[in-house]
Ligand binder design. Structure first.
Ligand code: PEP
Ligand code: MG
Length: 325
């Protein structure tokens, strides 16, 4: 009989042969945080801060942001919390922030690009996150990074924010870890260079698949071309995770693909540290993890990498699922 999902809430997230794979949650509201906690999440691997900026008529003040970040950190009681800086633009718009109409919004004025253009807004958010870092295991993450320069520019604003807090006597974690999302093919190709600048990677498969395949993730006309198990995507994942491993930094996955049980042998064989999953599918992935051996996944990897078509990859993964059912 299949394990009842609520019976495994408190189980360690580990394969039968001892590979630890932390299962964290993606959240964008307090309600999702509650579900994450009741599903036994290891922490929050992606806090989408956009919700704080939406459904209002002006940018949230530092104090307002700080209160939210701190209360999420409080509720997590020391479990890790990765806060992603504002990721608007593309599919996410704010009523009170006018972004000119763009021909290619996903390739346009969005995410870290806005933050680096509007350092005034960016610094307010960084100060709020830094202040919250005093109250839990907070980490900071930048979205849509495509160059080393962007990381350095963002970190320069972070350094200013730290210095201000220092002068004001406000407490913050001086060793706050900083990571980047790997969701642009350029970032994958220079992953070894980026690894030297940050403490961790988190792979955003939603954007990475869209950009790798040049398939708009919102366009239903071509949704059949949005193929997570494309050989090119597999290679992108391998390049990123190998670069992280070689450079001794942690690597997680936070796009939707992390919540697809079929992808589990990919993460196990490439040796990912963490999956961050929408709270609703967390236990399903855990249930699968508890009975999937890393050793078997490792045997599957060379075969996956030899596949010439997505259909072949689907077939191999499907068969693996059946054999391990
Ligand atoms: C992603 O792109 O995979 C991701 C997690 O970010 P978002 O879906 O918020 O763009
Ligand atoms: Mg993204």
């Amino acid at each position: 009989a299949k394990t009842r999902l609520r019976d495994i809430v408190d189980h360690k997230s580990m394969t039968p042969d001892g590979k630890r794979l932390e299962l964290a949650a993606n959240i964008s509201s307090f309600k999702e945080l509650e579900i994450a906690l009741s599903s036994g999440a290891h922490g929050v691997g992606l806090f989408r801060t956009e919700f704080l900026y939406m459904d209002r008529n002006r940018f949230p003040l530092e104090e307002e942001q700080f209160e939210v970040y701190r209360s999420v950190a409080d509720k997590l009681e020391g479990k890790p919390l990765i806060i992603r800086t504002l990721d608007i633009g593309g599919d996410k718009q704010l009523d009170y922030f006018n972004i000119a109409e763009e021909d290619n919004p996903f390739l346009g004025y969005r995410a870290i690009r806005i933050s680096l253009d509007r350092k005034d807004l960016f610094k307010v958010q960084l100060r709020a996150i830094l202040r919250a870092s005093h109250y839990g295991q907070v980490k900071l993450m930048y979205p849509l990074i495509s160059s080393v320069e962007e990381v350095r520019a963002a970190n320069a604003v972070l350094a200013e924010a730290k210095q201000e807090l220092e002068q004001e006597g406000q407490p913050y974690n001086r060793n706050l870890q900083v990571g980047v999302m790997i969701e642009v093919p350029a970032a994958v190709i220079i992953a070894d260079l980026l690894a030297g600048e940050v403490d961790f990677f988190s792979i955003g498969t939603n954007d990475l698949i869209q950009f790798t395949l040049a398939v708009d993730r919102m366009n239903e006309e071509i949704s059949h071309l949005y193929e997570p198990f494309h050989p090119a995507v597999l290679r992108m994942l391998k390049l990123t995770i190998d670069a992280a491993r070689r450079n001794g930094i942690k690597v997680g996955v936070c796009g939707e693909l992390a919540g697809d049980v079929k992808a589990l042998p990919i993460w196990l064989s490439l040796d990912v540290d963490e999956l961050s999953i929408s709270s609703h599918s967390l236990l399903q992935v855990k249930e699968r993890l508890l009975r999937t051996r890393q050793e078997d996944s490792l045997l599957l990897l060379p075969k996956l990498l030899e596949c010439r078509t997505s259909a072949d990859i689907h077939e191999l993964l499907g068969r693996f699922m059946d054999e391990n059912d």
